[in-house]
Design a protein around this ligand. Sequence first.
Ligand code: FAD
Ligand code: DHB
Length: 391
Amino acid sequence: MRTTVGIIGAGPAGLLLARLLRNEGIDSVVLESRDRGYVERRQRAGILEQGTVDVLRAAGAGERMDREGLRHDGIELRFARRRHRIDFPALTGGSSVMVYAQTEVCKDLIALQLREGGPLLFEAEALAVEGVTTERPRVRFRHKGQEDVLECDYVVGCDGFWGVSRKAVPAELSRVFERTYPFGWLGILADVAPSHDELVYARHERGFALLSMRTPVTSRLYLQVPEGTDAGEWSDDEIWDELERRLETADDWTLARGPVTAKSVTPMRSHVHEPMRHGRLFLAGDAAHIVPPTGAKGLNLAVGDVTTFARALTHRRDTGSSDRLDAYSETCLRRVWQAERFSYEMTTLLHRFPDASPFDERIQLARLERLALSRAAETDLADGYTGFPLE
Ligand code: FAD
Ligand code: DHB
């Protein structure tokens, strides 16, 4: 098999890239190791930045998002049983975010790709990327038990944190920057209307809690839990009891409970692999970087990377200049590091660290108080949350 761009992974990064390239008349093949149902049902991100919404619309993939997505103009911070709202449009000159699940983004992009785009092979596992410093890189893969080779002009590794593409960058050229956290998030999906019309990020002595949503009748909630926690250790009642404690306010707000339909634990880490390009191999999304989920940045960064790649390749085709492809890693990394900083700050602002001293806890509360008192501090949070611009 032969194509211009070989794309490994059909998460949001790989699927959107295939769509962007197809819109520019550039052919690609997407290889995805899992089956379609798995990709469409994997519960993950829920928040799309303004820039992500704009990219999906411009790519012709925004129709259902515009019908079913929920525009959010703010979030609530909860601490010391108090509530403080951050008003995004007022602080940023009009930006907001959209609640529209990653599962739905993937379903929309898969349907479009199968109807209008190039090959998208499920159950096609990339085994290795070879010859990336030659003009003809190759992806060796196994599709339904058969080994095959995809010959390409470029390979884009969109295969997430556990993928194979990153391994094709020689160790002596790679630098990894990493931080792990001694906790994870226990996330549930529940058939109950969200108890607040905006997301609530709560700091509590017992740990962080987040109230989010998927639709007007489906809630998504998260609890900070110790690293290594098994979701099965928590009964549904224990989860609701703990959410209630951590989200409690001094006023008459209450948390509505409903049947839990999914339950899982996500570990937390910050991770950046530099560079994001080696020869004709480009890394995009979680294959190159991970953020802790507190800032809702992972999917949005993935969208930024593939948009940058698609524009750079189009520029190369239209002008013959490789300048933008050559600058891909530096261009993406500037935005990636801003998102890493933001996600780190949101994580340390809101979580309980097991080794935190009483001094650390007072500083954490002072940071939250500062947000409630200072428009400058609020503006910085609103800017980061609604998203850093693409260059
Ligand atoms: P992935 O979605 O991981 O996709 C990679 C794909 O590659 C997968 O389909 C995988 O099966 C496939 N693959 C792997 N190896 C191979 C191989 N060898 N061959 C072929 N295919 C392969 N981000 C946000 O922006 N906002 C949020 O609100 C948010 N909340 C989150 C909440 C949770 C609980 C979690 C876990 C994550 C959250 N994220 C959020 C992060 C976001 O989900 C990820 O950053 C996003 O999925 C990255 O997309 P991706 O396409 O780069 O990688
Ligand atoms: C969701 C996930 C996040 O990481 C976040 O910061 C906000 C919302 C969600 O899954 O809804």
